[in-house]
Every structure is written in C-alpha cells, then in structure tokens.
Design a protein around this ligand. Sequence first.
Ligand code: PLP
Length: 276
Amino acid sequence: MQNHPPKPPVVLAIGGHDPCGGAGIQADIESIGANGCHAASVVTCLTIQDSCNVSRLIPIPPDTITAQAQAVIDDCPVAVIKIGLLGSLSAAEAVVALLRENPHQPVVFDPVLTAGGGRDLANESLLPLLRRELLPCCSLVTPNTGEASRLAGSEAEGVIDNDGRALLGLGPQAVLITGTHDQSRPSEVANRLYQADKSPIVSVCPRLAGEFHGSGCTLAAAIAAAMARGEGIEDAVRQGLEYSWMSLRHGFRLGKCQSMPERLFKYPRQKPEDDE
Ligand code: PLP
C-alpha cells in the first residue's frame, strides 16, 4: 500500500492584497505556511501602497468574495478562517454572511482599521457592523491598542483593560490587544489576552527598533495556524507571539519606510540564529 504524507491543516485567509509583500494576504500565506498549515486565500480588496503608506483601496465585488470562500470551504477541510483587511462595507457584509452560513468555523479576526503609515482603512460606517455582527462570530480578535479603543468606542484612550473587557462583551471568545502602539512602554511590548471569567494574561517581550509592515497580519495568521494544528487559544497566542517576534527580529528594510518581517522559516524554530 502507498504511504501518503500527512495532510497539513487548512487555514482560509480572507484579506487585502499588499503589492509590496509585507502585509495582507501575502503575509498570511507565508505565516500560515511557516506555521505548518496550508493557506487558502480570498482577496477582499487590492491596494495601491508602498512600504510607507496606503494610497488607494480597490474593493473586490462581494459576490466574488463569497463565491470564492464558499467554494474553498465546500471542497477543503478548512480548520480556521483568518480575516484581515475588509476594505469596504460590502466586503464586510459578505464576510459576515459567510460566517453565518458556516457557524462552526473557528475565526481569528485582525481588525485592520489603520495602515502602518497612518492611512485610515476603515470608514466609520464599517464599525457598527464589526461590533454587532462580526465580533460575535469570532473565536479571537487581535486589535492593537489604537484599534481596540476605536472598536470599543472608548472615551478615555489608554485604558487598555477597559477596552479589552468592552470588546469581550461584544461576543468573541477571546481578545488579544497587542501593545506595539502603546508608547508608554519604550523598551518593551505588553500583549494582553482577555477571556471570559479569567484574569488577563499579559506577555511582555523586548521592543524591537524600527517599524514593521505586516506585523499584525503575521501574528494573527500564525495564531490561526496554531489553532488549526489543534492548539487551544492560550498556547496558540503564545506560539504566534513567539513566531512573529522572531520574524520581526530577522526582518529587513527593502523600501523607504517600514521593514518587512522575515517569515519564511519553519516554526518551531529550526534556524540556529533564532536561538540568539
Ligand atoms: N492588510 C493590508 C492589505 C494592508 O495594506 C495593511 C496595512 O497597510 C494591513 C493588512 C495591516 O498591516 P499591519 O499588520 O502592519 O497592521
């Protein structure tokens, strides 16, 4: 009898395309592959951008998004759906409808509201839909501190625990608020995981110099891959944080502004220099 190699778990990544390859769906595909899974991918919007900022979003028709994603789900054993930049209200509505059609799929949602260069990527009209309809479908939501306070609609910016609890109250199983944008900690980054009926789990790592393009995508995709491999949320978050920190640690600056993460190593670590 012929021996077949083991099949990798499938993560369906739904997000925008960044032509410079640092963020978006390309980041997802690399991160998911490096973390031992197969990436299926559906593009919600094209973008015009470079390593400095995004200048334009070009939405993909919502029925194309739905038809592509459903075709993959009907054909392959999708273990986890990872959602990134939606780029338009109609894309967000299409994704919510898709999740309602497939209510048992674990979902990791990275709410991309602003580009690293500062450009707003989410119209205010999108926020109520994200809060009321998308967040309740999610296993894990991974905003940075700025995205968390905007999504939570908080008045007092900087009270991170309040935002974590407010977002958890909207219905996801867990919320991970990443601390890169929290400049009150100049030499470290504190990431906080909120789950119902548990104290927040805070993990602190050394802050790396420079700015990176696609760090949030890299992290959320690595966590989705770990969940697809069968890890629970706490272990998946721990592994995803370790992998993405290593990918930034070995990142490279190709363009004029933000550096690109180096994602193409197998995780758990196999390169000797990763032990540094
Ligand atoms: N997805 C796309 C297509 C983007 O263009 C961007 C940022 O510009 C992001 C996601 C978010 O990138 P980051 O992971 O740096 O927040």
